[in-house]
Every structure is written in C-alpha cells, then in structure tokens.
Design a protein around this ligand. Structure first.
Ligand SMILES: Cc1ncc(COP(=O)(O)O)c(C=O)c1O
Length: 475
C-alpha cells in the first residue's frame, strides 16, 4: 500500500476506513464507559517524537500494517470528549450523524460556497441557517451564513455593523469616530475583531459589569455618554448569552430595549448559549434574543457537531450582504445568481467546508426536540453539581449555573486553584479548566459528555480534598 495511486485504489480506501472505524469505535466506547483514564499529554516535543511525526512526512511511510498501531497511539494522545471525567472546555461531544457527515465529506470534498461546487451541501447550509433564524424568533427577512467558528462569526457581524454605521468604510477606511460597547468579560474575539477592522482596540468602550461579570443595564446610559464624550458613536453593543468564563447570561431584554431606544446595533454573542433555544425549560435565559440585530450561534458547542459549524445570523439579512463590497469577477456571478447561488458576498471565506451537513445530519436523525433534551440534561446536571459542590465544606461556587458551565473553588487562594488544576490533570486524570472572574481565579467545568454524572463530581471533589490535604503543611 506504499506509493500514491493517482485514481483511488478502492481496496485501500476500504481497508483504511475499516481500520479507522474500528479504532475510533473502540476509542469512543472505552472513553464513554470511563474504562481508561482521561489522560494528560506528555510535553509536545516528546509527543512529536513518539508519533514519529517528522519522520513520517519525510523518509518513512505509513502503510496498511503500520497504520493500525500508529492510529491507536494517536488516539491514546487525543482528548477523550466522550469521557465522563472530561469536563474542561466548550467543545462538543459529537453525535453519530454529524460524525458520519464528516466521514462522507472527507471523501467527497464539497467546498460549497457556490452552489455549483457542492449543490447538496450548499442546500443544507441554506436550510439550516433558515431554521436557526426561525429559532431566534425573527420574522421573514432574517438570514445569515455559516462560518469557520465563533471568532470569525464575530468579525463578520462587526463588519456588517460597521457597514451599517459607516457605509464608506470599505473604500475609505475608518476615521476613529466609531465605537463598540462591550463588557470587559466578552470573548476576546470581540476586541480582536475591532482591532482587525482597523478601529484600534481603544474603540471598545467597556460596559460596567456586576460581581458575576454581567452587564449592568442601569449603567448603559453612562457608557453611551462616555462614548459620546470621547467623540465616538456606537456602531454596536455586544451582550453575552452566555459568557465564556461564567456561563451566565446578560439581561437581553433590558439591553435590547436600550439599544432600540438609542438606535444602536444590538449584537448577541450566543455562540455557546443559543442551543438552549431548543429546550423549552431553558430558553427563558435567552429572553430578548429576538431584539438582536445579529446573533452568533456555534453548533459545535452544544449541538453535538464536530468543529466547526458557526452561524452568523441577522434580523435583516440584506445588512450582511452590505458588509462585503467586493467583486471578484471569476467567482461572483451576479447575473447567474438564479442558476448558481453564492454565499461569497456574505462571508470571509472563499473555499468553505460543508458545515451545514454536520448540523443538518444531527437535526435530521435526532430532531430538534432530542437535541433540546440533550442541552436541557446538561444544564440540569450542572445545576445538580452546583448543589453537590456548594454542600461540601471548603468549596464554593461563583453563582447558581445558567448553563453547563460552572465556576467553583476550594478555599480562596488563587495560586491554590492553579496548582489544583495542574495536579488534577497530571495525577488524578480529571480534565477541567480554570478562569479569572473579576480578578479572582476559579476552577471551571463545562459539562458536555453524556457520561458525566454525580459520581464524576463526587470523585472530583474527593480528589481535590486529597490533593489539598497532601499539600497542607504538617501540624
Ligand atoms: C461566548 C463566545 N463567543 C465566541 C467564541 C469563539 O468561538 P470559536 O471558538 O468557535 O471561535 C466563544 C468560544 O469559546 C465563546 O464562548
């Protein structure tokens, strides 16, 4: 199986696919049963050496015989997202239909920005985006596009907001009079996008937040006055549903009302939380989302798709098309729009993965109610974990959770939280994250794997107590 046959050797594909499918199946099975530790990686140089990565792309070759043990080793050094003790990041535990969508796309490769380059994949994106805009609760005229991640979605939205506030900016650039109002706790992609749009980070005017880093609606007028005093006009205001660090939601109704009153573009960063629109019990956290001029929604966080599948959604989709003023004659066929519809005029990417297929497959196999139940179960479990943690002496939680993200700590020493996390990963094989909220360090869990249970959290708390006792000075 060495050498590269120009056309596909169908037998090779079947053999390699069978090896890969069997290995991945074992990996997921042992992971979700918790039959192996969640693991922590060796230092990067060690891993590069162990997997013979440099050799394999130079002098050595993988073949059918070597592939299986090598793939097992790759999997052994991969994050086990299906594992109950994997409670670190906002990355989905993919469901089977979207995993299969990627298997299929990997072989057929349908970069589908233009209809004729991937008709079925293009059609799926159109229909999925239409469905997402409907879920936000907007009337006809809403729409959007899928893009490679929430960060790029944020950039795209702010570009559209800039085009609305300063239509000539595309040609003339910006003049230092625009601002974006956002809390300091907003995802870093907000500031990064503003800087990338040539406005300078200083164009972000901080909104006041409370002790849980939520926007204080009563202080919005002050922020607007500050903005105007600096000689700037707000091009957008950003609120979170929910915030990356805390998993808590801003008051979208109050903030959206303020934006309406003052004619400010209201952007809801619902990258993480929008999937709760599918849960009748939890969509209350998103009350007011429909007041947004724009929303971003990462299906690769809570809709169980592999990365990436992010949506840029606008109440008036024409404002998205106004964001990009460029013409590329060889790709954008204005006059053949009907025959070969294109997404190029509403997105940064030219070539784009078939992200709609990932979302579509989960929806088509499971239905939105089932995905909503998945979200509801994660949110409800996290609420039970809050009770367990809050009941243990020495532990405290930042606040009652409103999602599957929960911040907690053992004692109040920042350095202790950092050390505990490092040692939990290295010795106790729990994978959790940590964050800073209002300048204080917290441990942070994100509950995505269906296998994570109360038993996981009891074992985690026991492990933390053990580590802390062992570190305590004798006497
Ligand atoms: C609230 C929020 N917005 C945006 C992003 C960026 O999304 P992505 O990682 O897909 O670029 C994240 C990611 O964690 C997020 O939590």
């Amino acid at each position: 199986m060495t050498g590269a046959p120009d056309p596909w050797d169908i037998g090779e594909y079947e053999r390699l696919a069978a090896i890969a499918t069997a290995a991945v199946t074992r990996f997921v099975d042992e992971s979700q049963r918790g039959a192996v530790p969640v693991g922590s990686p060796p230092p990067l140089p060690e891993l590069i050496e162990r997997l013979r990565l440099r050799e394999l792309i130079r002098d050595e070759r993988l073949d059918g015989d070597g592939f299986e043990p090598w793939l097992e080793d790759v999997l052994a050094h991969s994050v086990r997202l299906h594992h109950p003790d994997q409670i670190a990041h906002q990355v989905s535990t993919p469901d089977i239909p979207s995993a299969i969508a990627d298997l299929v796309q990997g072989a057929i490769n349908q970069p589908m920005s233009i209809y004729e380059m991937g008709p079925a994949a293009h059609a799926m994106e159109r229909v999925v985006v239409e469905w997402m805009a409907e879920k936000v609760g907007w009337p006809d005229g809403a729409g959007g596009v899928l893009t490679h991640g929430g960060s790029l979605a944020t950039l795209t939205v702010l570009l559209a907001a800039r085009a609305a506030a300063a239509p000539d900016a595309w040609v003339d650039g910006v003049d230092g009079t625009l601002a974006v109002l956002a809390p300091p706790s907003s995802h870093y992609s907000v500031k990064r996008s503003v800087a990338m749009l040539g406005m300078g980070e200083r164009a972000v005017v901080d909104l006041e937040v409370d002790g849980e880093e939520r926007i204080v609606p009563g202080a919005l007028a002050d922020a607007l006055a500050r903005c105007e005093a600096e000689g700037r006009r707000p091009m957008a205001l950003v609120a979170a549903a929910c915030a990356t660090s805390t998993g808590l939601h801003d008051d979208l109704e109050a903030i959206g009302g303020f934006c309406r009153e003052h004619g400010i573009w209201f952007h809801v960063d619902a990258a993480h939380g929008a999937s709760a629109l599918l849960s009748p019990e939890h969509r209350r956290f998103l009350r007011g989302i429909e007041l947004g001029d724009s929303v971003i929604w990462d299906a690769h966080k809570m809709m169980r798709t592999p990365a990436l599948a992010a949506a840029v959604l606008l109440r008036d989709e024409r404002r998205l098309e106004a964001a990009f003023r460029q013409k590329a004659a060889y790709l954008i066929y204005e006059d053949t729009d009907e025959e070969s519809p294109s997404l190029l005029e509403r997105q940064v990417e030219c070539t784009k993965a078939a992200m709609g297929a990932r979302i579509f497959m989960n929806l088509a196999f499971r239905g939105e109610d089932d995905i909503g139940r998945y979200v509801a179960d994660r949110y409800d479990k996290t609420a039970r974990f809050y009770e367990l943690i809050a009941a243990r002496p020495g532990f405290e939680c930042l606040s009652r959770p409103e999602s599957n993200i929960l911040c907690f700590r053992y004692g109040r020493d920042d350095a202790v939280q950092v050390r505990l996390r490092e040692r939990l990963l290295a010795e106790k094989r729990f994978h959790l994250s940590s964050t800073e909220v209002n300048g204080e360090r917290w441990l942070r869990m994100t509950v995505t794997a269906p296998a994570t249970s109360e038993d996981t959290v009891e074992r985690l708390l026991d492990a933390i107590e053990e580590l802390a006792d062992a570190a305590a000075p004798p006497g």
